[in-house]
Ligand binder design. Structure first.
Ligand SMILES: C[S@@+](CC[C@H](N)C(=O)[O-])C[C@H]1O[C@@H](n2cnc3c(N)ncnc32)[C@H](O)[C@@H]1O
Length: 358
């Protein structure tokens, strides 16, 4: 009898645990949402999800407490999950005015928000009942929350109020910026294009710097493999390094005669370096990943122990997860410790690896 009671209690416990769940609106680079879903599935076992913007945004339900799920995601970020926000309120959206009224009522009751610095981040689908642009919807919410006496800060908010106004449902959540994986709306980080900027590729390195927290000012001597036209090279020079740029293609004329730059106009397979010549190696070759890995590992003797490598891996395959696993194994076998692997917003069909030699 006792046994029966225990097993019933266990059953109830299991039932209770199963009933714990949380919901997130998740975003990946266009076309890569299925891989973000796969990563979540690998980490959490099962999940339910439905598409909000095909290939890009989906809403997912995890059988886990929201705080624990957030911690499991933010402490070990996923490669393809660029951004997420927790769903605290779901509002049927046929009537935008009514949806706004419900959101206003809900948020106005959140006393912890009073007089704090917030950012309101709004996105919408094309079929949403809000027909004007997302910025107008954000302004409308801002006006309706006047009683909370909020301060608005895009740079450094204490809270982010997120709204995704989809076709049938509007999803609302309030979270700390770090819990969203990015403090940019949907993780779409923007950098100002500078006058005379050589290539958009520079944004990838700027984003890697922020994403992985790489202190580029600390390096002295860098090698840039596949450097032309020179966006990454110019970034490294600006950070005060001496740079060796390897590329058979032409570097941008603005880099000519830079006193800290040595250009080697050759295929990287043909160059020879001394042991431990560099403390930073970067490679953005847009090439077959296996060939790239072979080339880079063949040059790793020139990187000092403790030196850093930042490498983009082109995903020229329908099985990117398997390819990434394979690439990581190749680099790990070459005594590179993977510090970070991420599809950055500025990566197209590729990911960026951040590694340290040991
Ligand atoms: C995407 S571009 C690099 C852009 C660069 N990171 C920037 O910021 O301007 C790729 C470059 O890799 C170079 N490349 C491809 N294979 C190479 C190889 N085997 N050795 C050296 N460079 C190579 C190409 O010539 C091309 O200029």
């Amino acid at each position: 009898m006792d046994e029966l009671i225990v097993s019933n209690e266990q059953h109830n416990d299991q039932q209770l645990q199963k009933d714990v769940h949380c919901k997130f609106v998740c975003t990946a680079n266009h076309g890569f949402a299925p891989y973000a879903q796969e990563e979540l599935r690998r980490r959490f076992g099962s999940l339910k999800s439905s598409v909000l913007i095909p290939g890009e945004v989906f809403v997912t339900t995890l059988q886990e407490d929201m705080g624990e799920a957030t911690e499991r995601i933010t402490t070990r970020p996923l490669i393809f999950l660029r951004h997420l926000f927790p769903v605290h309120l779901e509002v049927p959206s046929e009537d935008a005015d009514e949806a706004l009224r419900v959101i206003e009522q809900h948020l106005s009751q959140q006393a912890y928000l009073e007089q704090t610095q917030v950012s309101i981040q709004v996105r919408k689908t094309e079929g949403s009942s809000w027909t004007a642009n997302p910025a107008a919807l954000r302004d409308e919410i801002q006006q309706r929350l006047a009683s909370l006496e909020l301060g608005y800060s895009v740079q450094d908010p204490e809270w982010i109020i997120s709204l995704f106004a989809a076709d049938k449902v509007w999803y609302v959540g309030v979270s700390r910026p770090a819990d969203n994986l990015s403090d940019w709306n949907g993780g779409a980080i923007r950098f100002q294009r500078e006058e005379g900027q050589i290539s958009r590729a520079k944004f990838k390195l700027l984003e890697a710097e922020q994403q992985f927290g790489i202190a580029f000012e600390g390096f002295r001597n860098a090698v840039d493999i596949g450097a032309a036209p020179g966006g990454w090279t110019s970034f490294l020079l600006e950070r005060g390094m001496r740079v060796t740029a390897i590329d058979p293609a032409k570097m941008h004329p603005s880099l000519q005669d830079h006193r800290n730059l040595r250009v080697i106009s050759k295929n990287a397979g043909e160059v020879k370096f001394r042991e431990h010549e560099f403390d930073l190696l970067v490679c953005d070759m847009s090439w077959s990943p296996k060939q790239m890995a072979k080339l880079v590992t063949g040059l790793l003797h020139c990187l000092q122990m403790g030196g850093t490598a930042v490498v983009t891996v082109k995903l020229l395959t329908k099985k990117p997860m398997a390819l990434i696993d394979e690439m990581m194994l190749v680099f790990e076998a070459a005594r590179m410790q993977i510090q970070g692997a991420k599809q950055l917003f500025h990566n197209r069909d590729e990911i960026t690896l951040y590694m340290i030699k040991y």
